[in-house]
Design a protein around this ligand. Sequence first.
Ligand code: ZN
Length: 425
Amino acid sequence: MALRGHTEPALRSSLILLTAIFVCPSRPVSAVQAPDRLLLVCFRYDDPSAITPTELERQIIDIFRKFGAGHTFGVVPEKCGGDERSPNGKEPDLPLPDSKAAMFRDAVREANLEVALHGFHHRTVRVPLWPPTEFEGVPYQEQLARIRKGKTFLEERIGATVTTFIPPWNTYDGNTVRALEELGFSVLSASVEGTIANSKVRFLPSNCALGDLRSAVASFRRSSARRGVLVVIYHPYNFVESGEPRGWCRIKDLATLVAWCSEQPEIKLCSISQAGRICAERSASDGPFANARLDVTGNVAVDKIFAPGTFLSLDEPGTKRLLASRKLLLAVWYPGLLALPAIAGFVVIWTASRWRAWLGAALVWLTVALFFGILGYGTRHGTMKEKAAPVILACGALAVGAWLATNRRAAHRMSHAQTETEDDA
Ligand SMILES: [Zn+2]
């Protein structure tokens, strides 16, 4: 079972925690300072489109322009109207306006901006399954046509070749990779969980959140790695200036972070396609920069992942341990998610109905109401939100456990009563 970039935060943080437990204590942190250390840092700003704040994007471009630093925007050619998680939305699509396209075109020429293709409409094609996707499971010819249309759309407007593809919700499949190869893309940047095909396309997934960058760099320094790549993902909604309630970062914080990066001797700020080229050149002359496929974001395991001369090779012992720990956690997570609430429901109702039968019955109805309430709330938009799925499952298990307890209690009472009747007789 593959986890995606947009999976439940609880599961992700558990994975990171478990990884820390599994991976970290095994080797003392070395402080080797090789003279030729190189950490490529690619800022990947996802989602700019007709509906994202243009002024914010202008300011982001200006920050990188000041340092002459390469960076990447994953642009949506024709953003869908309405809810992007509803596949049957009828609202008209919103093509990238000419004025914004012109701003990007100038930035590509003068400010070292790379425009990458980020889907076409950024609308999911499936319900109620998560994660949403615009590509995964879609027939090859359809994917090919959609990606070709998006590439042509952007290239005509920005006057530059588009060679990096960022699938919406980081979801794609082997057919996406085939289509990218066919259309001359050189890099696919999704999340670290995606499938890796044997392909000419290079995989540089986002492996670092904006808020984790400094600690990831610190981990790189503590490690013996000579080279690494960090693809730092961020979105319009991360910014307070976007007006979104979940905004936590101000544009001046980004300016400070980029300025800090530019002062670090081993960091090279570059776009994703530039990183792809550097990896290819270095691999030829200086050992492999392997395709990336797994990450642990932040400060947990960067030093284990960045082995000398490689970026995230699956042959690395650290990566093997990481894979093993993830498999183990997945094996425990879902059974645990069902078993623990079921046991809790059973025990509580068993105990309560022993004390007062009516209390047991009332609590059972409460768990059933809770289950349907949460089910209704979690699917109120016609799709099941990814965060809702585990909560709904756990509530369902709780209700089943509770229901089993009342049934057992009733059977128990009945046999007890029967015994008493027999005794009386
Ligand atoms: Zn997106």
